[in-house]
Design a protein around this ligand. Structure first.
Ligand SMILES: *[C@@H]1O[C@H](CO)[C@@H](O)[C@H](O)[C@H]1NC(C)=O
Ligand SMILES: *[C@@H]1O[C@H](CO)[C@@H](O)[C@H](O)[C@H]1NC(C)=O
Ligand SMILES: CC(=O)N[C@H]1CO[C@H](CO)[C@@H](O)[C@@H]1O
Length: 298
């Protein structure tokens, strides 16, 4: 998230709740151009994939050599966002046009970056002419992903094999509030019959029960918090949710029992994910809008 006005609005609302075991993060890499790291995913070989709010590209960072390499360019896209692994070493990525002219509705789609043959092969899965402003991405089931549409206040579903898509959920909690960048729902993650999502213009984190087969909502929305800027999130090995809080300057943890605490202090975070190997499955990898990629042992 780039917009300064949003950061200011968020900062003023930040509450100084949980003060407990804050650990320090370790910087792995810092991008300078592109800069605004927006999505992050780990490959099973330990390489870190990063997308950018200010560029339609994906880069890979090697945590051992501390080198960054461009691995994908998304044609006609100026912005990239959510990344998820949809099959072994095959990733889906949100990309579209957001730039100096603002958001271009209808420009958004899902690309595939396939490393399974050894080198990265990039292809367009599907562009969605009815898209508003795609950002968040999560695996759902049976080769299906869910996409957050930040301007329409909606969740789309897409089949990763056929590209068939449809709008699944639309709700007032997902709509942008007035002013600034038109973004409502930002991060979203599905697990165990529950869809978690943030509203980046409302400082809110929500969860809602959904049918594991159809994705249709099966219950009422609960508000996890409504006082802290919230961008993207991920789940930890123990089922806790970890939430990147941008200008609020921390990673917030929501334990399975609902307790909220601060896992780390780090500025400008946009997204996080856990490692995939035995060595790093308890390591949280974090992306930030100042280009920083960092890690935290949890
Ligand atoms: C996955 O697809 C199979 C075959 O279409 C179906 O029987 C099954 O219920 C689906 N699973 C889920 C979790 O939707
Ligand atoms: C989902 O359920 C599994 C199995 O019970 C559990 O290990 C995992 O922590 C749960 N994840 C979340 C995010 O609740
Ligand atoms: C903090 C905040 O703005 N919360 C709002 C989130 O969205 C719902 C639905 O629009 C509002 O009712 C809340 O006031």
């Amino acid at each position: 998230m780039l917009l300064a006005t949003l950061f200011l609005a968020a900062t003023s609302l930040v509450s100084a709740v949980a003060i407990d075991k804050r650990q320090s993060t370790t910087q792995i890499y810092k991008f300078s151009s592109p800069t605004s790291a927006e999505g992050i995913a780990l490959r099973s070989n330990g390489q870190i994939l990063v997308s950018f709010f200010d560029k339609g590209e994906m880069w890979s960072v090697d945590p051992a050599t501390k080198k960054g390499t461009k691995v994908a360019t998304f044609t006609d896209a100026t912005c990239s966002a959510g990344i998820v692994e949809i099959a072994p070493d095959i990733f889906a990525v949100v990309a579209g046009q957001y730039g100096s002219g603002g958001n271009k509705a209808g420009s958004w789609g899902i690309w595939k970056v396939d490393f399974s043959s050894g080198t990265a092969t990039t292809s367009l899965l599907k562009k969605v002419p009815e898209s508003g402003f795609f950002n968040g991405l999560t695996n759902f089931n049976n080769g299906t992903i869910l996409i957050g549409d930040a301007s329409k206040g909606a969740v789309w579903t897409m089949n990763v094999n056929t590209g068939a898509y449809s709008q699944l959920i639309q709700d007032p909690t997902m709509v942008p509030s007035g002013g600034g960048i038109p973004m409502g729902i930002d991060g979203l993650r599905y697990s165990n019959g529950t869809l978690w999502y943030t509203n980046v213009s409302k400082n809110t984190l929500y969860k809602i029960p959904v049918d594991p087969a159809t994705g249709k909502t099966t219950g009422t929305i609960s508000t996890v918090w409504s006082n802290t800027f919230a961008d993207d999130l991920c789940f930890g090995p123990d089922g806790s949710a970890y939430v990147a809080t941008g200008s609020a300057g921390k990673i917030q943890k929501v334990s399975p029992d609902g307790k909220i605490s601060t896992a780390a202090s780090i500025t400008g975070t946009t997204a996080c994910t856990f490692g995939k190997t035995d060595a790093d499955k308890s390591t949280l990898y974090i992306a930030a809008n100042n280009g920083v990629v960092a890690s935290l042992k949890v």
